[in-house]
Design a protein around this ligand. Structure first.
Ligand code: ZN
Length: 453
C-alpha cells in the first residue's frame, strides 16, 4: 500500500549531499515519497501522523541501489565461455542470443531482476540490443516483468547493424538494417517510455558498441534520442581489442570516435570505460557523460580495471552495474559495491575508494547516470521512497564496527525489507510479489528452449 509508513530504529545512511548518517534514525514515507528523515527517535507528531511502523532495529537503512548496466536476456546463458576475453566470448554466444524472443527474454528478465531485487536493487538499467526478426515486443516483455516484481526499470532499445561481412564482430544474421533499428527504437520509446517524476519505466536508445554498429547508426541514434528527449547508452572503451579496432578502422581512440559522433554529453552514459586516458576522464567530467562501472564483469573477461578515481575526481557521474549475467554469473548488485572498492584499491592504492564512495556510486551515482538524481538515489524529503533495510544482526555482521563497512566490505547482508515507491518488494530476503521457484522454473524452461531452438 502506498500509505503512510515510518521506518525507525536503524542506522540510516542518507547519501544526501552532506553524507549525513544517523546511528539511530527514521524515515517517514507518504504516498510513495519520502516526507522527512531524522536522527534519534521520531518526534511524537511524526509518530502520530505515521501509525504504520517498520522496525529497522539492527539494520542499515540506505537508498535503493541503482543498476546502470545489464543485459537481462543473458540470464539464460550463464556459465558459457568461462575463460574467454570479450571478443571470443561474444563470438561464442552471438548464435544462441540471436534466437531470443519476447517469451525467452521475459523469463530471463524475471530471473535476473529477482536476483537484483534480493541484492538491494530498486532501479534496473538494462541494455537489450538483439532483436531477431519476428521476436515480438522484447522491451514490452521486460517492462511487464519489472512491473510484476515492483521494480523501477530503465530499459533501452539497443541495436546492431555492423555484421561480419562489413567488418563488424557479430554474424550477419544477428544484425538489423540501420533504418529498421532507428524505426524500432523510435517505436519502443513511443510505446513504453514514461518521463514523469515517479516513472516506473523509461526507455533510452542504445546502439551496442563501436565494433557492432555503423557510424551512421550511432550518429542517427543520437539525433533521434535528442528529438525524443530520451537518454543515450552504449559500450565504450571496454577492451584493448576494441581500442585496436577503432584505431585501425577510424584512426581514433574509442572516446575520440564516440565524441566525433555526438556521443559525449550529459544525456549519455557508457558502460565500462576501462581504457581511458587521464585526458579522456577529464572530458567525461567536463561534458557530464556518465559511466556504468561493471567491476565483476571487467574482471571475469580480463578487460582491465577502469580509472574510476580519475573519473570521480573529474566530476563525471559514475554508477555501478552488474553487466549481463553471461559475464557475471553472480548478478547481485549489492556485491558490486565491494568489488568496486577492492578493484579501485588494486589499481590506485588503499585510499582510492573509501567504502562510502563506493556506496555513493551504487546509489546517487547511479541516479545521476540515469538522469534521475532529483527522484532517487538518496534518502531526502521529496524523493521517491526507494529504501533498503540491510540485516546486520546475522552472524556474518553482528559486532562489526561500522554498518557501512558491513555492507560494502563484508559479505552482502540479507535484505530484511525493500520498498520501491513506498511499497514492499522484498520482505525477509524473499520477493514480496512473486514466487521465486516459479521464476526459476521459467528460467530453466526458457534456457532449454533457447539452446535447442
Ligand atoms: Zn554490457
Amino acid at each position: 500500500m502506498a500509505g503512510s509508513t515510518l521506518i525507525e530504529g536503524g542506522y540510516v545512511a542518507t547519501m544526501d549531499p552532506a553524507g549525513a548518517e544517523f546511528p539511530r534514525g527514521w524515515v517517514a514515507i507518504r504516498g510513495g515519497r519520502i516526507v522527512s528523515v531524522g536522527e534519534g527517535a521520531a518526534p511524537s507528531d511524526v509518530r502520530d501522523a505515521f501509525p504504520d511502523r517498520i522496525d529497522a532495529t539492527g539494520t542499515l537503512v540506505t537508498p535503493g541501489l541503482v543498476n546502470t548496466h545489464h543485459h537481462l536476456y543473458q540470464w539464460l546463458t550463464r556459465g558459457w565461455a568461462q575463460d574467454s576475453i570479450l571478443f571470443d566470448w561474444l563470438v561464442a554466444l552471438y548464435p544462441t542470443w540471436s534466437r531470443i524472443d519476447e517469451g525467452t527474454a521475459g523469463a530471463a528478465a524475471a530471473g535476473a531482476m529477482a536476483v537484483l531485487a534480493r541484492s538491494g536493487c530498486t532501479t534496473v538499467g538494462d541494455h537489450h540490443y538483439i532483436f531477431p526478426r519476428g521476436s515480438g515486443d522484447i522491451v514490452g516483455a521486460i517492462a511487464h516483468e519489472s512491473r510484476a516484481l515492483g521494480l523501477r526499470l530503465h530499459a533501452t532499445r539497443g541495436s546492431m547493424d555492423l555484421g561480419e561481412s562489413q567488418g563488424g564482430l557479430p554474424p550477419d544474421f544477428a544484425v538489423e538494417t540501420t533504418d529498421d533499428a532507428l524505426v524500432a527504437s523510435a517505436e519502443a520509446v513511443t510505446r513504453h517510455h514514461d518521463g514523469s517524476f515517479d516513472s516506473m519505466v523509461r526507455v533510452a536508445i542504445a546502439p551496442c558498441s563501436p565494433f557492432s554498429v555503423t557510424s551512421d547508426l550511432l550518429r542517427e541514434s543520437a539525433t533521434l534520442a535528442r528529438d525524443l528527449h530520451v537518454r543515450l547508452h552504449t559500450h565504450g572503451a571496454e577492451t584493448v581489442e576494441e581500442e585496436a579496432f577503432c584505431r585501425e578502422r577510424f584512426g581514433m581512440s574509442p572516446t575520440d570516435y564516440l565524441e566525433s559522433l555526438g556521443w559525449l554529453g550529459p544525456d549519455v552514459w557508457m558502460a565500462h570505460c576501462v581504457h581511458l586516458s587521464e585526458e579522456d576522464a577529464a572530458r567525461f567530467g567536463a561534458t557530464g557523460t556518465g559511466v556504468a562501472h561493471c567491476p565483476s564483469s571487467n574482471a571475469r573477461l580480463a578487460a582491465g580495471i577502469a580509472p574510476i578515481r580519475s573519473l570521480l575526481n573529474a566530476g563525471a557521474p559514475v554508477g555501478l552495474g552488474v553487466d549481463g549475467a553471461a559475464s557475471n554469473e553472480h548478478g547481485r548488485l549489492g556485491s558490486e559495491i565491494r568489488q568496486a572498492a577492492l578493484l579501485a584499491r588494486l589499481r590506485d592504492g588503499a585510499g582510492a575508494m573509501p567504502v562510502r564512495d563506493a556506496l555513493r556510486m551504487a546509489t546517487m551515482g547511479g541516479a545521476r547516470v540515469l538522469g534521475r538524481e532529483r527522484e532517487i538515489g538518496s534518502l531526502e524529503a521529496g524523493k521517491l521512497a526507494d529504501v533498503v533495510l540491510w540485516e546486520l544482526g546475522d552472524v556474518e555482521h553482528a559486532g562489526i564496527a561500522d554498518p557501512v563497512a558491513a555492507l560494502g566490505l563484508g559479505s552482502l547482508p540479507r535484505v530484511r525489507r525493500m520498498l520501491v515507491q513506498g511499497e514492499d518488494v522484498v520482505v525477509d530476503g524473499r520477493l514480496a510479489r512473486a514466487d521465486e521457484r516459479e521464476i526459476a522454473g521459467r528460467v530453466v524452461a526458457a534456457a532449454e528452449r533457447l539452446k535447442s531452438a
